[in-house]
Design a protein. Sequence first.
Length: 145
Amino acid sequence: MKETPVEILMVEDSEADIKLAQVALKKAKLINNLHIVKDGHSAIQYLKRGRGFENSTRPDLILLDLNLPRLNGHEVLKAVREDPDLTSLPVVVLTTSDADKDIINSYRLHANCYITKPVELDKFMEVVQNIEHFWVKIVKLPPKD
């Protein structure tokens, strides 16, 4: 039986982090399609199939940075949780911030988990691979509508 690819939306403005995530996900050898948007406004447009994203694929998992242009990650998370069509999407906050206020606010907005990006290349790749392994192989994701 052919395995269905997991659709991952990465909301990230750092080119370096995007490249590392792409390499890590490829190395993990789990079938996935990584979709990338580089700011919070584009994330909302992507998720709601707005202008420029009319044919976007509904993600199975969102990897969300907090420090984004236009709308920050907390604003994106709030919009996702307030939309009945999106509220069940798992959101993993993956950010450089380890500030208590960001962690508390993310969980208050119902993030599924909060991960601080390691600065070391190998550790960052390991974290991304572990995220995918956990959310794809271990966790039962909600069915697609």
